[in-house]
Design a protein around this ligand. Structure first.
Ligand code: 2YG
Ligand code: MG
Length: 259
């Protein structure tokens, strides 16, 4: 997994607005509406405590501040604890937080202390980006391509299978590939045999994983992966609706999933 950098998180709400316009144009609904429908929840008056964590590679500049901005964007009150780690956790709970947000290098969680629900960023990111792809209003069939079957890609593939889509998937890791075929019943997509999709969900830490043979003339590519899966020239050439945003969409899904 690639870690976010402070630069990824610059201009976050502008990036969100640009993506929200694309999402609205491509699906008819914005990110709040899609989360509301996907999880059947709405924000209430929960208070969110954000705890910086120093473990591993440590605190990422802008990360906690970005989580606070996202919390407030969705209409909730939030605060960043003064101290990190266990002391910060105590501070968050003692300060009346209903929801705790915190991340180390391996896992990023949202925990609702009032109802016991807990969410991870990797699962929620897979679910919401695949959900966005599945809502493409110009889709030519129920076929959807999933590129990358790590923990984000697997969660998205699983969500699409449950929604009744025909899921084609690829990953160079044969263990991941076999697991998805056996457990989810996805079809193996052979990159040697070009086949064009109008809905693509990409979840890899690599650039340029999408090539011309895979995409239809008008398509939606939904990807949380940094760097971008699409070479710049293809976005224009194929009139692609590209949804790609570093943090807000995944965190929105985490929050809605535990309301
Ligand atoms: O509290 C802090 O500032 C740090 N301990 C946060 C560390 C977060 C590490 N995780 C990532 O960089 C991302 N892979 C999380 C995923 C969000 C975007 N999809
Ligand atoms: Mg990528």
């Amino acid at each position: 997994m690639a870690l976010l950098t402070p630069e990824d998180l610059e201009d976050l709400l502008n990036k969100l607005n640009a993506n929200n316009d694309i999402i609205k144009g491509a699906t008819g609904e914005d990110i709040s509406q899609i989360c509301e429908e996907a999880y059947g929840t709405k924000p209430g008056n929960q208070k969110v405590g954000i705890v910086p964590i120093t473990a591993g590679n440590g605190i990422i500049g802008n990360f906690s501040a970005s989580l606070l901005a996202i919390t407030e964007y969705f209409g909730l009150e939030g605060f960043i604890t003064e101290h990190p780690d266990m002391t910060g956790y105590y501070e968050a709970v003692a300060g009346g937080a209903d929801i705790i947000l915190m991340a180390d290098d391996h896992i990023f969680i949202a925990h609702n202390l009032s109802n016991g629900k807990i969410a991870t960023n990797h699962i929620c990111t897979g679910v919401i980006y695949s959900e966005i792809a599945s809502r493409y209003k110009h889709a030519d069939s129920k076929d959807v391509l999933v590129i990358g079957l790590g923990r984000v890609g697997y969660a998205g593939a699983s969500h699409l299978v449950k929604k009744g889509f025909n899921v084609y998937a690829c990953d160079p890791n044969t263990e991941f590939m076999n697991k998805a075929i056996e457990e989810l019943g996805v079809n193996a997509f052979d990159i040697e045999k070009p086949r064009k999709f109008s809905m693509v969900f990409e979840a890899t830490p690599n650039a340029n994983t999408i090539s011309e043979g895979m995409i239809a003339e008008r398509c939606l590519v939904s990807t949380p992966g940094i760097p971008c899966a699409l070479p710049d020239d293809l976005v224009e050439k194929y009139d692609i609706d590209l949804v790609m945003e570093p943090l807000v969409i995944g965190v929105a899904a985490m929050l809605y999933s535990i309301f």
